[in-house]
Design a protein around this ligand. Sequence first.
Ligand SMILES: Nc1nc2c(ncn2[C@@H]2O[C@H](COP(=O)(O)OP(=O)(O)OP(=O)(O)O)[C@@H](O)[C@H]2O)c(=O)[nH]1
Length: 356
Amino acid sequence: MFPWQSRSLSVAFKAGATGLVENDQRALMRVVFLTSSITLGAFGVLQLSYGRYLLGLFELVSCAVLLWCSWRVASAVRPVIWIYFYLLPLYCFLTYIIFMPDASHTAFVWVYLIPILSYLLLGRLAGLLLALPFISAAALAYLYRFGVPADAAGLIDLGNSLLCGLLILLFVHLYESRRALAQRALEHLAEVDALTGVANRGSFQRALERSVDEAARSGSGLVLVMMDVDFFKEVNDRWGHDVGDAALQHICACIAQRLRRTDTLGRLGGEEFGILLRNTDARAGQELVESLRRQIVITPLEHQGQQILLSATFGLAQMGVDGVTAFELYRCADQRLYRGKASGRNQLIDRDPGFG
Ligand SMILES: Nc1nc2c(ncn2[C@@H]2O[C@H](COP(=O)(O)OP(=O)(O)OP(=O)(O)O)[C@@H](O)[C@H]2O)c(=O)[nH]1
């Protein structure tokens, strides 16, 4: 991991919770609602045909409610609430059927669904916290209902049931931990420029659009800076592509050292970079960029005992003054950057000609 990585990705990189993201949760809940509805409907009909009218009616009503839920969950604002509303009564019911006097001896196998559904829908921690008490309660209910067997065959049956439940819990836990790690690594790769470790073009653009919206809502200052390394082709031609790569990493490290946690540095392509300065006005932005420019000049890249001098040109645009949309800011900063290139390089352009 590069030293500046966590800073520059403070906005773009979202680590933390495991489990499926919201859209996947909705899709999965839809399937879960539908399959539960069909299962309960079938059981409801069976209960009625055995003359268990109360239970049969309850199951048929639940079947209808779940069918409605499968239709509505696609537009749910917070699907996680729907998940708890579904799982809690379901788990209570699954535990309760072990107690039911005339329930089948094998009804307890439904309890094995508890860890699978919990981890799939809620992720590792919340899934474990929800599954553990219900699995423990179901094991106690089983022992209460059937007692501890006195003979070897009964003990083997009990051992099989308990061990199978424990192993399912363990495997699901391991699987979800691995899956969450892999997902986080993928998310990270999708957000980061592989060479420099700063935000890549896509995540920088998203950060810019979010910041413009936030600044428009709150009225806080926002500055967009575009930067292009000067004569970079010469660095490559003279020292080789690897040294050119090292120069880009070096410049990113120089810049990121001076940025705040709320700022974002992104590589837009080749040797062009964008810097987002939040809660900043043009004056403070101009001072910071001047110090970045000087820092790059006075910190040459060391290579095999030689110093490779570097410099960069900057264009700056301020939200509200130079544009009010991400596109306007980008276009303004980009035009100023290229004016800086055309008029000598190694400088910051923060206004249009004729404005002081
Ligand atoms: N080492 C390395 N070089 C790159 C990378 N991406 C782009 N380049 C090189 O960057 C150079 C950019 O050259 P130009 O567009 O002419 O820009 P310049 O030489 O910096 O000239 P000015 O921008 O006008 O100052 C090209 O030689 C590209 O091959 C990269 O990831 N690593």
